[in-house]
Design a protein around this ligand. Structure first.
Ligand SMILES: Cc1cc2nc3c(=O)[nH]c(=O)nc-3n(C[C@H](O)[C@H](O)[C@H](O)COP(=O)(O)O)c2cc1C
Length: 146
């Protein structure tokens, strides 16, 4: 069973998930975007929160949307403003997951994401959703991936 983890990370929590899944035999595809957030908290929240709220799909850098070689695909997204981080909107638009066993791993400050859940349940009713609270700082959360 070949498994792929596609993910975006702005501040490293997604990288902690990727390291764990790489150890479990996943191939890893990190998404890079032209969309950049400030390192300062307030402008970061304003820009990222707004972008997520309006469902922006920023351009990705060198993203390969071909998942045909995998049986199972996991998609990792930070939660922004209770929604998916906007670069992940582009991933979902550009990738055909049909026929794949699909899991979403959402990492957030709170461990929940109301709007993201509602959207994913609607658009991918068969997918599993796993929520992790700050796995970079709370490594016990990574046990939810086992
Ligand atoms: C713009 C922005 C908005 C955020 N909004 C939320 C939110 O609505 N709920 C929440 O629990 N955490 C929120 N967070 C916290 C992130 O989801 C959390 O730090 C996550 O683990 C980041 O993943 P990363 O380090 O892989 O980028 C937000 C962070 C940013 C930068």
């Amino acid at each position: 069973m070949s498994k792929l983890f596609i993910y975006y990370s702005f501040s490293g929590n997604g990288d902690a998930v990727a390291a764990k899944l790489a150890g479990k035999g996943f191939e890893i595809r990190k998404v890079e975007s032209e969309f950049k957030l400030s390192r300062r908290l307030f402008p970061q929240m304003m820009k990222g929160g707004f972008s997520a709220a309006i469902g922006q799909k920023p351009a990705l850098t060198g993203y390969d949307p071909d998942v045909s070689g995998y049986d199972e695909v996991w998609v990792g997204a930070p939660v922004w403003n209770a929604r998916l981080a906007s670069p992940v909107n582009t991933v979902l638009r550009d990738t055909d997951f049909s026929g794949k066993k699909l899991t979403f791993v959402l990492y957030s400050g709170s461990g929940f994401a109301k709007n993201a859940d509602a959207r994913l349940r609607k658009e991918y009713p068969d997918a599993r959703i796993i929520h992790l609270r700050q796995p970079k700082d709370v490594p016990e959360e990574l046990a939810k991936l086992d």
